[in-house]
Ligand binder design. Structure first.
Ligand SMILES: Cc1cc2nc3c(=O)[nH]c(=O)nc-3n(C[C@H](O)[C@H](O)[C@H](O)COP(=O)(O)O)c2cc1C
Length: 447
């Protein structure tokens, strides 16, 4: 069989375009209505997507007056989505900076049981500076320290997930034996940031461990991904940078002694699709007219850790000196590099820059026919830029449905995408190996 493409649906507001929430084709449901998430997941499952994904921030944005950027807490939502779906995988974001490893390991193990093995964790260190104010902090931890804590956090959660052997639960009611205590053991972790005795207080989860997803693209973020991630989300505004990222990350994965095929790279793609290219471009113009540059200016400031852009005029060409140097940014460092690259390449005005970020916040946007979208996907997939895509419809459900009905059949005809789910677990959809518990690994070493 040909190498298979992986598709993840990134659910965000009423679509990824900044103005989607007020577009007539957007869902009429409230963003606090669980049916909104269940409905989108069911549509994605009917179209055979590998998974859905929910991002998360731990503070309210300062643009709430004009932007629908509120949502429900992702782990809670996925529990409700799990019982409304059967096959599709589900990725929830949770932070290593603002959670305890024991809590997080329990929550994701529970979700994996609830969904019968369909869960993944998007590991973030939380770039948003204002989140610190909600967790008793004086200020945000530095980029380097967040990743250092994240590293130790990973060692703890992996040990907790592995603290039960596959065969620890006996559940023999007649004999009165629930579990084999010798197949469950403490982890006794004592590190710089965490002290955790363990073991986890629930049996090993159906996938062994939840699938691990990561989305940091800075140098430190890439090295972290190379050690831990099984799927990587990333943002690129041109194919060339996506190819460089792909080659670099696969090499880092190999240098960690892991198989490069066991780490899927999924760049974002936000397609506006219509029967003709001209009509797709008209739809983009129509939605752009609903967006407010002052909302974009606030978001830009957030990406750069709160840097003040209020003095910049909207209509003069931007220069790199108008921005802080990315290596000095403690917030969303890699995304600031994407933005600076665009400024160097195209010298847009602030108004033009904000319009291009309004589409999908620095991910690849495209307007065209279903054939053109399928061609683009095939080109990136076969030309070492992607193992699949994080599909970010500009408006949902409208553009999700067009993608499912018009683009996916083309990908299937080309033999690139499944025509039915082959397995039941997310590891099977993604084609990933099964992690062994420490017990099994030791047994294998001894044989
Ligand atoms: C598709 C995608 C989704 C992301 N989702 C989140 C998120 O939900 N919460 C968050 O704090 N960061 C999110 N990020 C940001 C990264 O995880 C990372 O924290 C950020 O890029 C800063 O790290 P870096 O400088 O290593 O890239 C996302 C990034 C991408 C590409």
């Amino acid at each position: 069989m040909k190498r298979q493409l992986h598709l993840n649906l990134f659910i965000h507001s009423r679509g990824h375009h900044e103005a989607s929430w007020r577009h007539p084709a957007a869902s009429p449901l409230a963003l606090t209505d669980i049916r909104y998430y269940q409905d989108l997941a069911q549509r994605a499952e009917a179209a055979l997507f590998d998974s859905i994904f929910l991002a998360d921030q731990l503070a309210l944005g300062d643009d709430v007056a004009q932007a629908a950027r509120t949502w429900l807490e992702p782990i809670t939502v996925l529990a409700a989505v799990a019982v409304a779906t059967n096959r599709i995988g589900m990725v929830a974001t949770a932070s290593t900076t603002y959670t305890e490893p024991f809590n997080l390991a329990r929550q994701f193990a529970s979700l994996d049981h609830i969904s019968n093995g369909r869960v993944a964790w998007n590991i973030v260190t939380s770039w948003l500076a204002t989140a610190a104010g909600n967790f008793g902090g004086e200020g945000q931890l530095s980029h380097a320290e967040r990743y250092a804590r994240g590293e130790e956090f990973m060692a703890v959660v992996k040990a907790l997930w592995d603290s039960w052997a596959e065969d620890a639960v006996v559940d023999d009611r007649a004999a009165g034996i629930y579990a084999r205590a010798d197949r469950i053991r403490p982890i006794n972790h004592k590190g710089e940031y965490y002290r955790v005795t363990g073991p986890l207080n629930m049996p090993r989860c159906p996938q062994g461990r939840p699938v691990l997803v990561q989305a940091g693209s800075s140098d430190t973020g890439r090295r972290f991904a190379a050690r831990h991630a099984e799927a990587v989300f990333t943002a690129h505004m041109e194919k060339a940078t996506a190819q460089t990222f792909y080659a670099d990350l696969k090499a880092l994965v190999a240098a960690e002694g892991r198989a490069p095929d066991n780490v899927l790279i999924l760049p974002g793609l936000s397609p506006m699709i219509a029967a003709t290219e001209a009509e797709a471009q008209r739809l983009v113009r129509e939605i752009n007219e609903l967006s407010d540059p002052e909302v974009g200016r606030k978001r830009l400031s957030g990406r750069f850790g709160g840097h003040d852009f209020s003095h910049l005029p909207l209509d003069r060409a931007l220069r790199p000196e108008d921005f802080p140097v990315p290596s000095s940014v403690e917030a969303a460092r890699s995304r600031t590099e994407v933005i600076l690259n665009l400024v160097r390449r195209e010298k847009p005005t602030l108004r033009q820059l904000l319009a291009s970020l309004a589409g999908a916040r620095g991910h690849f946007t495209f307007a065209g026919t279903p054939e053109q979208v399928a061609d683009l996907i095939e080109d990136w997939f076969t030309d070492c830029a992607a193992d699949g895509f994080n599909i970010m419809p500009p408006v949902v459900p409208a553009m999700l449905d067009v993608f499912s009905v018009e683009v996916i059949p083309l990908l299937q005809q080309r033999g690139l995408f499944r025509t039915a789910y082959a397995g039941k677990r997310l590891r099977e959809h993604y084609g990933l190996p099964w992690p062994l518990s420490a017990f099994k690994e030791r047994a294998l070493q001894e044989t």
